[in-house]
Ligand binder design. Structure first.
Ligand SMILES: [Cu+2]
Length: 335
C-alpha cells in the first residue's frame, strides 16, 4: 500500500509561460456504464477525468482535448488519489511528462505545460499503475490540428495538407469487467495481482459496444449502440473525403477490416507523424485490413465511391494465441 510519504511533492511547473489554451481535468473514480453482455445487463464502473469547466459529465472515454499546432498548452490536473496525465506522443520536459515514479505522481494539483509541436492524433492517459488505470478508463483523445485548423490534416512528411469533409475519432478498447475488483495500487509493490490475466467481456468504440450501452447524459440514461452512436457511425456522401482517427486504447491486438467497396483506404499518418508516402491497406477477402497494436494511432483517409452501409469490424485478438476473443463494429453510411 502506498502512503503519502512515498509520493514526492508536486513541484511548481518550471519555466511557466502564458498558455494559448488551458484545460482542466479532475479525476473521478465512480463512473458507471451499463452494458449488455451476451444479452444480460452488467454494470461496469470506470475511472476517468471530467472537465469541471464544461458540463463536468462523467464520460468514458474522458473528454477530448483539441489544440492547434504551435500553441502552448496548460493542462491543470486535480486528483485526490495518486494519478497523473501523460500526453501520449507529445515530447515534453520531464516535469511535464506525467509518467508516475519517473517524473512524479500527483496527489493534489499540478499544471502540465507543453508545446503542440506536431499536428496529429494522440491520446492522454493516467500513467500511474498504467496497466490498471488505463484499463479502468483513464484516457481521452488528444488531437493537434495543423495551423490551418480542423478540416485539414498534414498529408505527407513535407508539410502539405489534405482537406477532409467528414471526420471520426474511434477510440477502441476491450474491458474485463472482473478487473473492477482490483485496488488502485494492485501490484505496485510487487507480487502477482493478476494484471497479466485479461479476459475481456466488453468491446467498445468510444466506450460504446454493439450490445446496448447505457450512458448518463445530463443525468439522463441514454441507450446507444456502436452501429448508430453519434461520433462512432460515420455518415458521408459519395466523394466526401473521410478522415478516421483511430486510437488503440486496449491491450490486445485489433484487426481492422474495412469493406473493399469503399475504395482504397490509405494510412496517411501513424503515431502523430505524417507518413512521407501514404500506405494503401492490403486487401484480404474483399476487406482492407490492418492489425493495430496497443497505443498505436493511425489516420485513415478514404473517399467512398459507392452508396450503401458498410460495416467496419475490429477483431480483438488474444495477445499470445491471436485467437479472436471478441469483436466490435460500426457502420460507414454513404449516400
Ligand atoms: Cu490513475
Amino acid at each position: 500500500m502506498m502512503n503519502a510519504a512515498m509520493v514526492p511533492m508536486e513541484p511548481p511547473t518550471p519555466y511557466w509561460l502564458t498558455p494559448d489554451v488551458r484545460f482542466e481535468r479532475e479525476v473521478v473514480m465512480d463512473i458507471t456504464h451499463e452494458y449488455m453482455i451476451a444479452g444480460e445487463p452488467h454494470s461496469v464502473y470506470l475511472w476517468g477525468f471530467i472537465d469541471p469547466t464544461d458540463t463536468g459529465e462523467k464520460t468514458f472515454p474522458s473528454p477530448p482535448m483539441r489544440v492547434k499546432q504551435g500553441q502552448i498548452v496548460h493542462t491543470f490536473l486535480k486528483a485526490s488519489h495518486i494519478h497523473t496525465i501523460h500526453h501520449h506522443g507529445i515530447e515534453p520536459t520531464t516535469h511535464n511528462d506525467g509518467v508516475g515514479h519517473y517524473s512524479f505522481d500527483v496527489q493534489g494539483e499540478y499544471t502540465y505545460q507543453w508545446y503542440a509541436s506536431q499536428s496529429g492524433t494522440y491520446f492522454y492517459h493516467c500513467h500511474v499503475n498504467t496497466v490498471l488505470h488505463a484499463e479502468m478508463g483513464m484516457y481521452g483523445a488528444l488531437i493537434i490540428d495543423p495551423p490551418t485548423g480542423p478540416g485539414t490534416v498534414e498529408g505527407d512528411g513535407i508539410g502539405n495538407f489534405l482537406p477532409y469533409d467528414v471526420e471520426a475519432i474511434w477510440v477502441v478498447d476491450e474491458l474485463d469487467s472482473s478487473w473492477r475488483e482490483h485496488s488502485e495500487h494492485a501490484a505496485l509493490c510487487g507480487g502477482d495481482a493478476g494484471l497479466n490475466r485479461l479476459y475481456p467481456d466488453v468491446f467498445v468504440i468510444n466506450g460504446i459496444s454493439n450490445e446496448a450501452t447505457v450512458l448518463k447524459v445530463g443525468g439522463i440514461d441514454v441507450t446507444q449502440f456502436a452501429d448508430t452512436a453519434p461520433g462512432v457511425a460515420v455518415n458521408a456522401k459519395m466523394g466526401d473525403r473521410v478522415l478516421i482517427r483511430y486510437i488503440h486504447a486496449g491491450y490486445f491486438p485489433q484487426k481492422v477490416s474495412i469493406p473493399e467497396e469503399l475504395g482504397p483506404v490509405k494510412v496517411i499518418a501513424e503515431d502523430g507523424r505524417p507518413l512521407a508516402v501514404a500506405e494503401t491497406l492490403d486487401v484480404v477477402n474483399d476487406q482492407s485490413t490492418l492489425v493495430i497494436t496497443p497505443a498505436e494511432r493511425k489516420e485513415f483517409y478514404l473517399i467512398p465511391t459507392t452508396a450503401g452501409s458498410f460495416r467496419v469490424t475490429m477483431e480483438i485478438q488474444h495477445w499470445i494465441t491471436r485467437r479472436v476473443v471478441g469483436t466490435v463494429s460500426t457502420l460507414i453510411n454513404v449516400q
